[in-house]
Design a protein around this ligand. Sequence first.
Ligand code: NAI
Ligand code: MG
Length: 498
Amino acid sequence: MKVKQITKSKPSTKGMENLKAKNNLPKWEYSKTIEDSKHINLKDEYDLFVNGKLVKTKTYFETVNPATEEVLAKAAYASKEDIDNAVLSAEKAFNVWRKVTPKEKGKYIFRIARILQEKAREFAVIETMDGGKPIRESKSIDIPLSIAHFFYYAGWADKLSFAFPDKNVKPIGVVGQIIPWNFPLMMAAWKIAPALACGNTIVIKSAETTPLTLYKLAEVIQEAELPDGVVNIVSGDGATGSHIVNHPKVRKIAFTGSTEVGKIIMKATAGTDKKLTLELGGKAANIIFEDAPIDAAIEGIINGIYFNQGHVCCAGSRLLVQESIRDIVINKLKYRMKNLRVGDPLDKNTDVGAINSKMQLNKIKELVKSGIDEGANIYQCDCKLPKKGFWFKPTFFSNVAQSHRIANEEVFGPVLSILTFRTPEEAVVKANNTFYGLSAGVWTSKGSKVFNILSKIKAGVIWANTFNKFNPASPFGGYKESGFGREGGKHGLEAYVD
Ligand code: NAI
Ligand code: MG
Protein backbone atom coordinates (compact mmCIF):
# COMPACT_ATOMS: atom_id res chain seq x y z
CA MET A 1 0.00 0.00 0.00
CA LYS A 2 1.30 3.44 -0.87
CA VAL A 3 1.03 6.00 1.91
CA LYS A 4 1.49 9.75 1.50
CA GLN A 5 4.73 11.31 2.76
CA ILE A 6 4.23 13.14 6.03
CA THR A 7 5.96 16.28 4.96
CA LYS A 8 3.72 16.75 1.94
CA SER A 9 0.44 15.88 3.64
CA LYS A 10 -2.13 18.52 4.58
CA PRO A 11 -3.42 18.70 8.17
CA SER A 12 -6.67 16.80 8.32
CA THR A 13 -8.11 18.26 11.51
CA LYS A 14 -8.84 21.73 12.87
CA GLY A 15 -6.62 21.23 15.95
CA MET A 16 -3.61 21.29 13.65
CA GLU A 17 -3.40 25.09 13.48
CA ASN A 18 -3.13 25.30 17.26
CA LEU A 19 -0.54 22.62 17.21
CA LYS A 20 1.55 24.50 14.68
CA ALA A 21 1.45 27.59 16.86
CA LYS A 22 2.41 25.48 19.88
CA ASN A 23 5.24 23.85 17.95
CA ASN A 24 6.80 27.30 17.50
CA LEU A 25 6.81 28.04 21.24
CA PRO A 26 10.21 27.98 22.93
CA LYS A 27 11.07 24.72 24.66
CA TRP A 28 10.90 24.75 28.46
CA GLU A 29 14.04 23.68 30.22
CA TYR A 30 13.95 22.24 33.71
CA SER A 31 16.78 22.82 36.17
CA LYS A 32 18.71 19.67 36.91
CA THR A 33 17.47 17.75 39.95
CA ILE A 34 19.99 15.01 40.43
CA GLU A 35 19.14 12.17 42.78
CA ASP A 36 21.74 11.90 45.51
CA SER A 37 23.94 8.87 45.05
CA LYS A 38 26.55 9.68 47.70
CA HIS A 39 24.93 7.37 50.21
CA ILE A 40 25.28 4.41 47.87
CA ASN A 41 28.04 2.11 49.04
CA LEU A 42 29.01 -0.25 46.31
CA LYS A 43 31.59 -2.90 47.00
CA ASP A 44 34.50 -3.32 44.60
CA GLU A 45 33.62 -6.95 44.08
CA TYR A 46 30.39 -8.89 44.38
CA ASP A 47 30.75 -12.57 45.26
CA LEU A 48 28.27 -15.34 44.56
CA PHE A 49 25.50 -15.84 47.10
CA VAL A 50 25.40 -19.56 47.76
CA ASN A 51 24.07 -21.42 50.80
CA GLY A 52 23.39 -18.14 52.59
CA LYS A 53 27.00 -16.98 52.31
CA LEU A 54 29.13 -14.90 49.99
CA VAL A 55 31.40 -17.21 48.01
CA LYS A 56 34.45 -16.19 46.00
CA THR A 57 35.14 -17.52 42.53
CA LYS A 58 38.06 -17.47 40.08
CA THR A 59 36.88 -14.91 37.59
CA TYR A 60 35.09 -11.56 37.94
CA PHE A 61 33.66 -9.26 35.27
CA GLU A 62 33.04 -5.52 35.26
CA THR A 63 29.64 -3.91 35.24
CA VAL A 64 29.49 -0.33 34.00
CA ASN A 65 27.12 2.57 34.29
CA PRO A 66 25.90 2.88 30.67
CA ALA A 67 25.26 6.60 31.13
CA THR A 68 28.91 7.34 31.99
CA GLU A 69 30.80 4.20 30.95
CA GLU A 70 32.41 4.22 34.41
CA VAL A 71 33.02 0.84 36.03
CA LEU A 72 30.74 0.47 39.05
CA ALA A 73 31.96 -2.84 40.43
CA LYS A 74 33.04 -6.35 39.52
CA ALA A 75 30.73 -9.30 39.75
CA ALA A 76 31.50 -12.99 40.08
CA TYR A 77 31.52 -15.04 36.90
CA ALA A 78 30.02 -18.34 38.02
CA SER A 79 31.71 -21.43 36.58
CA LYS A 80 30.14 -24.86 36.11
CA GLU A 81 31.55 -25.88 39.47
CA ASP A 82 29.95 -22.81 41.11
CA ILE A 83 26.59 -23.74 39.59
CA ASP A 84 27.00 -27.33 40.84
CA ASN A 85 27.56 -25.95 44.34
CA ALA A 86 24.60 -23.57 44.10
CA VAL A 87 22.29 -26.38 42.94
CA LEU A 88 23.58 -28.69 45.70
CA SER A 89 22.91 -25.97 48.27
CA ALA A 90 19.38 -25.46 46.90
CA GLU A 91 18.81 -29.22 46.92
CA LYS A 92 19.78 -29.49 50.59
CA ALA A 93 17.72 -26.45 51.49
CA PHE A 94 14.67 -27.95 49.78
CA ASN A 95 14.40 -30.48 52.60
CA VAL A 96 14.37 -27.62 55.09
CA TRP A 97 12.10 -25.22 53.20
CA ARG A 98 9.43 -27.78 52.31
CA LYS A 99 8.98 -28.50 56.02
CA VAL A 100 8.48 -24.83 56.94
CA THR A 101 4.74 -24.33 57.40
CA PRO A 102 2.96 -22.40 54.62
CA LYS A 103 2.11 -19.62 57.03
CA GLU A 104 5.75 -19.25 58.08
CA LYS A 105 6.84 -19.26 54.43
CA GLY A 106 4.46 -16.38 53.86
CA LYS A 107 6.04 -14.47 56.74
CA TYR A 108 9.54 -14.85 55.28
CA ILE A 109 8.36 -13.52 51.89
CA PHE A 110 6.51 -10.71 53.63
CA ARG A 111 9.72 -9.85 55.49
CA ILE A 112 11.68 -9.61 52.23
CA ALA A 113 9.03 -7.18 50.94
CA ARG A 114 9.21 -5.05 54.11
CA ILE A 115 13.02 -4.83 54.10
CA LEU A 116 12.98 -3.95 50.40
CA GLN A 117 10.51 -1.19 51.19
CA GLU A 118 12.90 0.28 53.73
CA LYS A 119 15.74 0.22 51.20
CA ALA A 120 13.65 1.25 48.21
CA ARG A 121 15.57 4.43 47.43
CA GLU A 122 18.96 2.70 47.55
CA PHE A 123 17.66 -0.03 45.23
CA ALA A 124 16.23 2.54 42.82
CA VAL A 125 19.52 4.44 42.59
CA ILE A 126 21.56 1.28 42.02
CA GLU A 127 19.11 -0.02 39.41
CA THR A 128 19.41 3.28 37.56
CA MET A 129 23.22 3.41 37.77
CA ASP A 130 23.73 -0.19 36.66
CA GLY A 131 21.17 -0.26 33.85
CA GLY A 132 20.70 3.34 32.64
CA LYS A 133 16.96 3.68 33.29
CA PRO A 134 15.54 7.02 34.52
CA ILE A 135 15.38 7.30 38.30
CA ARG A 136 11.76 8.39 37.93
CA GLU A 137 10.96 4.94 36.57
CA SER A 138 13.07 2.85 38.94
CA LYS A 139 11.57 4.77 41.88
CA SER A 140 7.96 4.63 40.78
CA ILE A 141 7.80 1.40 38.79
CA ASP A 142 10.66 -1.10 39.12
CA ILE A 143 11.13 -1.10 42.86
CA PRO A 144 7.50 -0.63 44.02
CA LEU A 145 6.31 -3.34 41.61
CA SER A 146 9.04 -5.71 42.80
CA ILE A 147 7.95 -5.13 46.39
CA ALA A 148 4.29 -5.57 45.44
CA HIS A 149 5.11 -8.99 43.95
CA PHE A 150 6.69 -10.16 47.19
CA PHE A 151 3.71 -8.91 49.20
CA TYR A 152 1.26 -10.48 46.79
CA TYR A 153 2.83 -13.95 46.80
CA ALA A 154 3.42 -13.80 50.57
CA GLY A 155 -0.37 -13.84 50.72
CA TRP A 156 -0.67 -16.97 48.54
CA ALA A 157 1.82 -19.10 50.53
CA ASP A 158 -0.82 -20.48 52.92
CA LYS A 159 -3.70 -20.43 50.42
CA LEU A 160 -2.47 -22.88 47.78
CA SER A 161 -5.43 -25.16 48.51
CA PHE A 162 -7.69 -22.28 47.41
CA ALA A 163 -5.62 -21.67 44.30
CA PHE A 164 -5.78 -25.37 43.39
CA PRO A 165 -8.94 -26.78 44.96
CA ASP A 166 -9.18 -30.59 45.06
CA LYS A 167 -5.57 -30.94 44.00
CA ASN A 168 -2.91 -31.88 46.46
CA VAL A 169 -0.17 -29.68 44.96
CA LYS A 170 3.47 -30.13 45.92
CA PRO A 171 6.57 -28.01 45.34
CA ILE A 172 8.76 -29.06 42.42
CA GLY A 173 12.18 -28.84 44.06
CA VAL A 174 15.16 -26.86 42.80
CA VAL A 175 14.17 -24.27 40.21
CA GLY A 176 16.59 -22.44 37.89
CA GLN A 177 15.72 -18.88 36.93
CA ILE A 178 17.44 -16.77 34.28
CA ILE A 179 16.60 -13.13 33.86
CA PRO A 180 17.40 -10.29 31.42
CA TRP A 181 18.85 -6.82 31.92
CA ASN A 182 15.84 -4.61 31.24
CA PHE A 183 14.09 -4.97 34.63
CA PRO A 184 16.61 -6.78 36.84
CA LEU A 185 15.04 -6.59 40.30
CA MET A 186 11.50 -6.77 38.96
CA MET A 187 12.19 -9.90 36.92
CA ALA A 188 13.86 -11.45 39.97
CA ALA A 189 10.81 -10.63 42.12
CA TRP A 190 8.40 -12.05 39.51
CA LYS A 191 10.32 -15.31 39.64
CA ILE A 192 11.51 -15.64 43.24
CA ALA A 193 8.28 -14.69 45.04
CA PRO A 194 5.92 -17.34 43.53
CA ALA A 195 8.65 -20.03 43.62
CA LEU A 196 9.14 -19.49 47.36
CA ALA A 197 5.42 -19.31 48.08
CA CYS A 198 5.02 -22.74 46.47
CA GLY A 199 7.85 -24.22 48.54
CA ASN A 200 10.68 -24.45 46.00
CA THR A 201 14.32 -23.51 46.35
CA ILE A 202 16.10 -21.36 43.81
CA VAL A 203 19.23 -20.75 41.77
CA ILE A 204 18.80 -17.44 39.96
CA LYS A 205 21.16 -15.76 37.50
CA SER A 206 21.25 -12.05 36.70
CA ALA A 207 22.14 -10.71 33.23
CA GLU A 208 25.63 -9.68 32.10
CA THR A 209 25.20 -5.90 32.38
CA THR A 210 23.03 -5.63 35.51
CA PRO A 211 24.15 -7.88 38.36
CA LEU A 212 24.09 -5.35 41.21
CA THR A 213 20.50 -5.19 42.49
CA LEU A 214 20.34 -8.98 42.69
CA TYR A 215 23.37 -9.02 44.93
CA LYS A 216 21.72 -6.26 47.00
CA LEU A 217 18.69 -8.54 47.19
CA ALA A 218 21.01 -11.24 48.58
CA GLU A 219 21.71 -8.87 51.50
CA VAL A 220 17.97 -8.46 52.05
CA ILE A 221 17.48 -12.23 51.99
CA GLN A 222 20.20 -12.60 54.63
CA GLU A 223 18.57 -9.91 56.73
CA ALA A 224 15.21 -11.67 56.43
CA GLU A 225 16.97 -14.78 57.81
CA LEU A 226 15.67 -17.04 55.11
CA PRO A 227 17.13 -20.52 55.74
CA ASP A 228 20.53 -20.94 54.04
CA GLY A 229 20.42 -22.12 50.44
CA VAL A 230 16.73 -21.44 49.81
CA VAL A 231 17.69 -18.64 47.41
CA ASN A 232 21.08 -18.76 45.67
CA ILE A 233 22.12 -15.83 43.49
CA VAL A 234 24.76 -16.04 40.78
CA SER A 235 25.99 -13.91 37.89
CA GLY A 236 27.64 -14.68 34.58
CA ASP A 237 26.80 -15.00 30.90
CA GLY A 238 25.08 -17.42 28.55
CA ALA A 239 27.48 -20.24 29.44
CA THR A 240 26.60 -19.80 33.13
CA GLY A 241 22.92 -19.84 32.18
CA SER A 242 23.32 -23.04 30.20
CA HIS A 243 24.98 -24.78 33.18
CA ILE A 244 21.79 -24.02 35.14
CA VAL A 245 19.55 -25.17 32.29
CA ASN A 246 21.43 -28.42 31.78
CA HIS A 247 21.91 -29.34 35.44
CA PRO A 248 20.14 -32.68 36.04
CA LYS A 249 19.01 -31.70 39.55
CA VAL A 250 17.22 -28.54 38.37
CA ARG A 251 13.56 -29.52 37.97
CA LYS A 252 12.17 -26.36 36.42
CA ILE A 253 13.50 -23.48 34.32
CA ALA A 254 11.94 -20.03 34.20
CA PHE A 255 13.51 -17.84 31.53
CA THR A 256 12.93 -14.27 30.41
CA GLY A 257 15.02 -12.98 27.51
CA SER A 258 15.40 -13.22 23.77
CA THR A 259 13.41 -15.62 21.60
CA GLU A 260 16.72 -16.87 20.20
CA VAL A 261 17.95 -18.07 23.61
CA GLY A 262 14.44 -19.26 24.49
CA LYS A 263 14.63 -21.66 21.55
CA ILE A 264 18.03 -22.96 22.70
CA ILE A 265 16.61 -23.60 26.17
CA MET A 266 13.54 -25.30 24.77
CA LYS A 267 15.75 -27.68 22.78
CA ALA A 268 17.96 -28.32 25.80
CA THR A 269 15.02 -29.25 28.03
CA ALA A 270 13.08 -31.26 25.43
CA GLY A 271 13.16 -34.92 26.35
CA THR A 272 13.81 -34.21 30.02
CA ASP A 273 11.09 -33.97 32.68
CA LYS A 274 12.04 -30.36 33.42
CA LYS A 275 9.16 -27.95 33.58
CA LEU A 276 9.66 -24.80 31.51
CA THR A 277 8.21 -21.33 31.20
CA LEU A 278 9.51 -18.85 28.62
CA GLU A 279 8.82 -15.15 28.48
CA LEU A 280 10.41 -13.95 25.26
CA GLY A 281 10.29 -11.07 22.83
CA GLY A 282 7.42 -9.08 21.40
CA LYS A 283 6.39 -6.69 18.64
CA ALA A 284 3.17 -5.34 20.08
CA ALA A 285 0.57 -3.50 18.04
CA ASN A 286 -0.72 -0.33 19.62
CA ILE A 287 -3.94 0.34 17.70
CA ILE A 288 -5.40 3.85 17.58
CA PHE A 289 -8.92 4.21 16.15
CA GLU A 290 -10.26 7.52 14.82
CA ASP A 291 -12.72 7.71 17.73
CA ALA A 292 -9.93 7.41 20.34
CA PRO A 293 -9.21 10.11 22.91
CA ILE A 294 -6.23 11.34 20.88
CA ASP A 295 -4.26 13.23 23.51
CA ALA A 296 -4.48 10.29 25.90
CA ALA A 297 -3.48 7.99 23.07
CA ILE A 298 -0.40 10.13 22.38
CA GLU A 299 0.67 9.65 26.00
CA GLY A 300 0.02 5.93 25.54
CA ILE A 301 2.21 5.82 22.44
CA ILE A 302 5.02 7.65 24.28
CA ASN A 303 4.73 5.41 27.32
CA GLY A 304 4.38 2.35 25.10
CA ILE A 305 7.65 2.81 23.24
CA TYR A 306 9.92 5.22 25.14
CA PHE A 307 9.38 3.81 28.65
CA ASN A 308 12.69 2.24 29.76
CA GLN A 309 14.29 3.35 26.44
CA GLY A 310 12.07 0.81 24.68
CA HIS A 311 13.93 -2.06 26.38
CA VAL A 312 10.58 -3.64 27.12
CA CYS A 313 9.40 -7.01 25.82
CA CYS A 314 5.77 -5.80 25.76
CA ALA A 315 6.63 -2.37 24.26
CA GLY A 316 4.08 -0.91 21.85
CA SER A 317 6.63 -0.88 19.06
CA ARG A 318 4.18 -1.11 16.12
CA LEU A 319 1.75 1.77 16.02
CA LEU A 320 -1.33 0.97 13.93
CA VAL A 321 -3.15 4.22 13.35
CA GLN A 322 -6.40 4.63 11.45
CA GLU A 323 -5.65 6.39 8.17
CA SER A 324 -8.13 9.25 8.74
CA ILE A 325 -6.21 10.48 11.82
CA ARG A 326 -2.72 9.59 10.72
CA ASP A 327 -1.52 13.16 10.16
CA ILE A 328 -2.89 14.58 13.39
CA VAL A 329 -1.42 11.69 15.38
CA ILE A 330 1.99 12.08 13.76
CA ASN A 331 2.00 15.85 14.32
CA LYS A 332 0.90 15.56 17.92
CA LEU A 333 3.49 12.87 18.47
CA LYS A 334 6.22 15.16 17.12
CA TYR A 335 5.05 17.92 19.42
CA ARG A 336 5.06 15.58 22.42
CA MET A 337 8.51 14.25 21.54
CA LYS A 338 9.85 17.79 21.49
CA ASN A 339 9.26 17.77 25.22
CA LEU A 340 10.91 14.45 26.00
CA ARG A 341 13.93 14.96 28.19
CA VAL A 342 16.76 12.60 27.27
CA GLY A 343 19.87 12.42 29.42
CA ASP A 344 21.28 11.76 32.88
CA PRO A 345 19.21 8.87 34.30
CA LEU A 346 19.81 10.15 37.82
CA ASP A 347 18.09 13.46 36.98
CA LYS A 348 14.55 13.27 38.33
CA ASN A 349 13.30 15.15 35.23
CA THR A 350 14.71 12.66 32.77
CA ASP A 351 12.17 10.80 30.62
CA VAL A 352 14.52 8.68 28.53
CA GLY A 353 17.81 7.39 29.92
CA ALA A 354 20.84 5.56 28.53
CA ILE A 355 20.82 2.49 26.30
CA ASN A 356 21.72 -0.48 28.49
CA SER A 357 24.91 -1.51 26.68
CA LYS A 358 27.08 -0.78 23.69
CA MET A 359 26.01 -4.10 22.22
CA GLN A 360 22.34 -3.14 22.43
CA LEU A 361 23.11 0.31 20.98
CA ASN A 362 24.78 -1.32 17.98
CA LYS A 363 21.79 -3.59 17.49
CA ILE A 364 19.43 -0.60 17.53
CA LYS A 365 21.61 1.33 15.08
CA GLU A 366 21.75 -1.63 12.70
CA LEU A 367 17.97 -2.04 12.67
CA VAL A 368 17.38 1.71 12.28
CA LYS A 369 19.74 1.73 9.32
CA SER A 370 17.71 -1.10 7.76
CA GLY A 371 14.57 1.02 8.21
CA ILE A 372 16.17 3.91 6.31
CA ASP A 373 17.61 1.61 3.62
CA GLU A 374 14.27 -0.10 3.10
CA GLY A 375 12.56 3.25 2.46
CA ALA A 376 10.69 4.21 5.65
CA ASN A 377 10.73 7.88 6.76
CA ILE A 378 12.69 8.54 9.94
CA TYR A 379 11.91 11.19 12.54
CA GLN A 380 14.11 11.74 15.57
CA CYS A 381 13.78 13.83 18.68
CA ASP A 382 15.69 17.06 18.37
CA CYS A 383 17.68 16.57 21.57
CA LYS A 384 21.31 16.84 22.62
CA LEU A 385 22.85 13.59 23.73
CA PRO A 386 25.59 13.41 26.39
CA LYS A 387 29.10 12.81 25.02
CA LYS A 388 29.93 9.81 27.19
CA GLY A 389 27.77 6.75 27.55
CA PHE A 390 25.38 4.90 25.24
CA TRP A 391 22.50 6.96 23.86
CA PHE A 392 19.92 6.85 21.15
CA LYS A 393 17.44 9.57 20.24
CA PRO A 394 13.75 8.70 20.57
CA THR A 395 12.83 7.80 17.01
CA PHE A 396 9.84 6.90 14.90
CA PHE A 397 9.44 5.65 11.36
CA SER A 398 6.43 6.48 9.22
CA ASN A 399 5.72 5.00 5.82
CA VAL A 400 6.57 1.58 7.21
CA ALA A 401 5.59 -1.42 5.11
CA GLN A 402 4.67 -4.73 6.64
CA SER A 403 7.68 -6.29 4.90
CA HIS A 404 10.25 -3.96 6.53
CA ARG A 405 12.53 -5.46 9.16
CA ILE A 406 11.56 -2.67 11.57
CA ALA A 407 7.95 -3.86 11.30
CA ASN A 408 8.83 -7.43 12.23
CA GLU A 409 11.95 -7.59 14.37
CA GLU A 410 12.19 -6.59 18.01
CA VAL A 411 14.37 -3.44 18.11
CA PHE A 412 14.32 -3.33 21.91
CA GLY A 413 15.13 0.35 21.79
CA PRO A 414 13.33 3.74 21.57
CA VAL A 415 12.19 3.16 17.99
CA LEU A 416 8.57 3.13 16.87
CA SER A 417 7.25 1.88 13.52
CA ILE A 418 4.05 3.53 12.31
CA LEU A 419 1.69 1.66 10.00
CA THR A 420 -1.86 2.57 9.03
CA PHE A 421 -5.16 0.76 8.59
CA ARG A 422 -8.62 1.66 7.28
CA THR A 423 -11.06 -0.79 8.87
CA PRO A 424 -11.16 -2.66 12.20
CA GLU A 425 -10.75 -5.92 10.25
CA GLU A 426 -7.56 -4.65 8.67
CA ALA A 427 -6.29 -3.55 12.10
CA VAL A 428 -6.80 -7.05 13.47
CA VAL A 429 -5.09 -8.73 10.52
CA LYS A 430 -2.10 -6.38 10.76
CA ALA A 431 -1.88 -6.66 14.54
CA ASN A 432 -1.76 -10.46 14.29
CA ASN A 433 0.73 -10.43 11.41
CA THR A 434 3.73 -11.13 13.63
CA PHE A 435 5.65 -14.11 15.00
CA TYR A 436 5.13 -12.70 18.45
CA GLY A 437 2.06 -12.53 20.70
CA LEU A 438 2.94 -10.90 23.99
CA SER A 439 0.93 -7.69 24.26
CA ALA A 440 -1.21 -5.15 22.41
CA GLY A 441 -3.06 -1.89 23.00
CA VAL A 442 -6.42 -0.66 21.72
CA TRP A 443 -7.50 2.99 21.82
CA THR A 444 -11.14 3.87 21.14
CA SER A 445 -13.96 5.58 22.97
CA LYS A 446 -16.32 2.64 22.20
CA GLY A 447 -16.35 -0.07 24.84
CA SER A 448 -17.92 -2.57 22.45
CA LYS A 449 -15.11 -2.00 19.96
CA VAL A 450 -12.54 -2.70 22.66
CA PHE A 451 -14.08 -6.09 23.42
CA ASN A 452 -14.62 -6.92 19.78
CA ILE A 453 -11.03 -6.17 18.81
CA LEU A 454 -9.30 -7.70 21.81
CA SER A 455 -11.18 -10.97 21.39
CA LYS A 456 -9.58 -11.29 17.95
CA ILE A 457 -6.00 -10.40 18.84
CA LYS A 458 -3.61 -13.18 19.74
CA ALA A 459 -1.64 -11.61 22.60
CA GLY A 460 -1.24 -12.51 26.25
CA VAL A 461 -1.88 -9.01 27.59
CA ILE A 462 -4.07 -6.40 25.91
CA TRP A 463 -4.48 -2.91 27.31
CA ALA A 464 -7.48 -0.74 26.49
CA ASN A 465 -6.96 3.04 26.46
CA THR A 466 -3.73 2.62 28.42
CA PHE A 467 -0.40 0.85 27.96
CA ASN A 468 2.36 -0.82 29.98
CA LYS A 469 0.34 -1.16 33.16
CA PHE A 470 1.32 -3.96 35.52
CA ASN A 471 -0.14 -5.45 38.63
CA PRO A 472 1.08 -8.50 40.59
CA ALA A 473 -2.45 -9.92 40.59
CA SER A 474 -2.62 -9.88 36.80
CA PRO A 475 -1.03 -12.75 34.82
CA PHE A 476 1.54 -11.82 32.18
CA GLY A 477 2.88 -13.96 29.33
CA GLY A 478 2.73 -14.66 25.65
CA TYR A 479 1.62 -16.74 22.71
CA LYS A 480 3.56 -17.93 19.67
CA GLU A 481 7.25 -16.90 19.70
CA SER A 482 6.68 -14.75 22.77
CA GLY A 483 6.78 -17.92 24.84
CA PHE A 484 4.42 -19.76 27.16
CA GLY A 485 3.45 -19.90 30.81
CA ARG A 486 2.22 -17.01 32.92
CA GLU A 487 3.89 -14.93 35.61
CA GLY A 488 1.83 -12.97 38.11
CA GLY A 489 -1.57 -13.64 39.57
CA LYS A 490 -2.91 -17.02 40.59
CA HIS A 491 -1.75 -18.35 37.20
CA GLY A 492 1.83 -17.54 38.20
CA LEU A 493 1.67 -20.24 40.88
CA GLU A 494 0.98 -23.01 38.36
CA ALA A 495 4.54 -22.97 37.06
CA TYR A 496 5.89 -23.76 40.51
CA VAL A 497 3.78 -26.70 41.67
CA ASP A 498 3.50 -30.35 40.77
P1 NAI B 1 19.65 -12.97 26.01
O1 NAI B 1 18.39 -13.69 25.75
O2 NAI B 1 20.91 -13.49 25.40
O3 NAI B 1 19.91 -12.91 27.59
C1 NAI B 1 18.94 -13.05 28.58
C2 NAI B 1 19.50 -13.90 29.72
O4 NAI B 1 19.76 -15.22 29.26
C3 NAI B 1 20.82 -13.41 30.28
O5 NAI B 1 20.83 -13.63 31.68
C4 NAI B 1 21.84 -14.30 29.60
O6 NAI B 1 23.03 -14.43 30.32
C5 NAI B 1 21.11 -15.61 29.53
N1 NAI B 1 21.55 -16.52 28.49
C6 NAI B 1 22.12 -16.22 27.29
N2 NAI B 1 22.35 -17.35 26.59
C7 NAI B 1 21.92 -18.38 27.34
C8 NAI B 1 21.89 -19.80 27.17
N3 NAI B 1 22.33 -20.38 26.05
N4 NAI B 1 21.37 -20.57 28.15
C9 NAI B 1 20.89 -20.00 29.27
N5 NAI B 1 20.91 -18.68 29.50
C10 NAI B 1 21.42 -17.87 28.55
O7 NAI B 1 19.45 -11.48 25.62
P2 NAI B 1 20.58 -10.38 25.29
O8 NAI B 1 21.72 -10.99 24.53
O9 NAI B 1 20.91 -9.71 26.54
O10 NAI B 1 19.79 -9.42 24.33
C11 NAI B 1 19.63 -9.75 22.95
C12 NAI B 1 18.29 -9.35 22.44
O11 NAI B 1 17.28 -10.11 23.08
C13 NAI B 1 17.90 -7.92 22.71
O12 NAI B 1 18.38 -7.07 21.74
C14 NAI B 1 16.39 -7.98 22.75
O13 NAI B 1 15.88 -7.86 21.46
C15 NAI B 1 16.11 -9.35 23.27
N6 NAI B 1 15.78 -9.36 24.70
C16 NAI B 1 14.48 -9.53 25.06
C17 NAI B 1 14.12 -9.53 26.38
C18 NAI B 1 12.72 -9.69 26.78
O14 NAI B 1 12.36 -9.39 27.91
N7 NAI B 1 11.87 -10.17 25.93
C19 NAI B 1 15.10 -9.31 27.44
C20 NAI B 1 16.45 -9.19 26.97
C21 NAI B 1 16.74 -9.20 25.65
MG1 MG C 1 25.78 -2.26 34.33
